[in-house]
Unconditional design. Structure first.
Lengths: 113, 115
């Protein structure tokens, strides 16, 4: 596609439920990043993939959060036992490599009620 | 880890005037400093970036300066236009595209261009 695509654009879920957020990076981009943006704040790094492997997952807040990228393209961010504090915009970005700029998707707004 | 401070949180300028947003960072190993513009309901969009081997970079009405000694970098927008109104974020990382640690962002500046 022309840019990074994230689905759904909005997700409302009940506290305690499981959610999956999808990211389709720009075709050919090997690096993929997930960020979380709370209202009025800058994005916060969650996890970075280089190809299929998670090169750095130090930003994941706890073990309820997990992300996969099984074929080195599409990535899914998975959140178990959602809490109201998980409500935020989840942003995905991709880049062609370590020395190129990162392009962001429009984000998924997650609301936990 | 890296810590990025951004000021001011809100900036209102008259159309046609210049706007300056300032950031400081804490990790001397950081070497890539992008600036992003975010409009309501959209993801951040890269507008300009600078690497640590350069002190200044300009692209039309936008310029960025970097002082590695002081760990400061600034965004300058000249001849501001209504479409410049948005939230601007500075960020820092140890490599382009975020590198292994990803980008560390400031808290953002809401730029308002008054007609």
């Amino acid at each position: 596609g022309a840019g990074v695509s994230q689905t759904p654009s909005n997700k409302v879920t009940e506290k305690g439920k499981y959610v999956e957020l999808r990211c389709d990076p720009i075709s050919g981009h090997t690096a993929l990043y997930w960020y979380r943006q709370s209202l009025g704040q800058g994005p916060e790094f969650l996890i970075y993939f280089q190809g299929t492997g998670a090169a750095d997952d130090s930003g994941l807040p706890n073990d309820r959060f997990f992300a996969v990228r099984p074929e080195g393209s599409v990535s899914t961010l998975k959140i178990q036992r959602t809490e109201r504090g998980d409500s935020a915009v989840y942003l995905c970005a991709s880049s062609a490599g370590m020395n190129t700029e990162a392009f962001f998707g429009q984000g998924t707004r997650l609301t936990v009620v | 880890g890296e810590n990025v401070e951004q000021h001011p949180s809100t900036l209102s300028v008259q159309e046609g005037d210049s706007a300056v947003i300032k950031c400081t960072y804490s990790d001397s190993a950081s070497n890539y400093f992008p600036w992003y513009k975010q409009e309501l309901g959209k993801g951040p969009q890269l507008i300009i970036d600078i690497r640590s081997n350069v002190g200044e970079k300009k692209d039309q009405r936008i310029a960025v300066t970097l002082n590695k000694t002081a760990k400061h970098f600034s965004l300058h927008i000249t001849e501001t236009q209504p479409e410049d109104s948005a939230v601007y974020f500075c960020a820092a990382s140890k490599g382009a595209g975020g590198g292994a640690d990803g980008l560390t962002f400031g808290k953002g500046t809401h730029l308002i261009i008054q007609p």
